[in-house]
Design a protein around this ligand. Structure first.
Ligand SMILES: O=C(O)C(=O)C[C@H](O)[C@H](O)CO
Length: 298
């Protein structure tokens, strides 16, 4: 039986995560890759998970593509671009709270939407799509527009389009362009998965309800506002519900918490689980991830 395909779109980097005693462990991660990786773990065998990105032709790019394939991801939509390489990021921890240093300005992934034919093939193959504000931030404006139009066409065709604004102000030239692009991303989505602290800082939202209201106003049918250890808010035009996550006392690194939540949530929703229970699946998976260093549990 042909599989249903979800295509996750974005950038995977080399990750340097703490291994204790000033040592760092090399991994591969990036918000949309993390969600794809956990989606592969969470979805049944009737689903295929593809990753749409661009890599170089160097050894690290070869290793990264092999890592995708070993994780069970479909690699048909990985562009390979000579003279480019993957970006890199390092995780800094203060307690379990993470922050990142990036070396990614000329990464191959910035060209992931530069070839219209490559993009068209991926959109023709996909039944559902996932992308983030980081995906939008790394693209040149014309390519961002091309990607948004493709996502809009997928939404118009009745396909699921899930979006995490994942706001990283440092990746944007200015706050106005960032807000405009995030709003455009939400407008072509059917599910939006924002994090309240990011939204409060970027859009001045007074509460998770205000965040949900703003995204519902963009035409998104289903919004889940994550809020760390505080309750997540599930909102549709007709319904609101708050779901409290379990208390975690042994978190070591919050990297990937939101990405894995999204995977748990989306896998459940794509299997027909009601949204409040899907939030519980997302919380359970994120609760596991923060007990490990780095974005992926390996
Ligand atoms: O910050 C980014 O761009 C990343 O993709 C690095 C991390 O893996 C991601 O942010 C975790 O959510």
């Amino acid at each position: 039986m042909p599989k249903t395909i979800i295509v996750s779109i974005g950038e995977c980097m080399v990750e340097l995560a703490s291994a204790g005693d000033g040592l760092y462990r090399k991994g591969f991660a990036g918000d949309t890759l993390n969600t794809a990786w956990y989606l592969r773990r969470e979805l049944g065998p009737d689903w295929a998970v593809a990753y749409l990105t661009a890599l170089g032709t160097d050894g690290t790019s070869d290793e990264m593509q092999a890592f995708f394939a070993d994780a069970g991801l479909v690699t048909d939509h990985v562009r390979r671009i000579p003279e480019r390489m993957p970006g890199l990021y390092m995780i800094h921890l203060e307690g379990a709270e993470r922050s990142f240093s990036y070396w990614r300005d000329s990464a191959a992934a910035r060209l992931l939407a530069a070839d219209p034919a490559h993009l068209a093939r991926a959109f023709a193959a996909g039944d559902a799509f996932y992308f983030s504000g980081i995906t939008l931030a790394i693209l040149p404006a014309p390519d961002r527009q091309r990607l948004i139009e493709s996502l809009g066409a997928a939404k118009a065709a009745g396909k699921t389009v899930a979006f995490d604004p994942n706001i990283r102000p440092r990746l944007w030239p200015n706050p106005a362009e960032m807000r405009d692009a995030i709003t455009a991303g939400a407008s072509v989505s059917t599910i939006c998965l924002p994090s309240f602290p990011d939204e409060e800082a970027a859009f001045g939202d007074a509460s998770p309800d205000a965040t949900a209201e703003r995204y519902l106003g963009c035409g998104v049918g289903e919004v889940v506002v994550k809020d760390g250890a505080d309750p997540a808010l599930v909102a549709t035009p007709k319904h609101r519900e708050r779901i409290q996550p379990a208390t975690i006392t042994d978190a070591v690194d919050t990297t990937g918490a939101g990405d894995s939540f999204n995977a748990g949530y989306l896998a459940a929703r794509l299997a027909g689980v009601p949204a409040p229970d899907a939030v519980r699946r997302g919380h359970a998976l994120a609760g596991e991830v923060v007990r490990h260093y780095g974005a992926l549990i390996r």
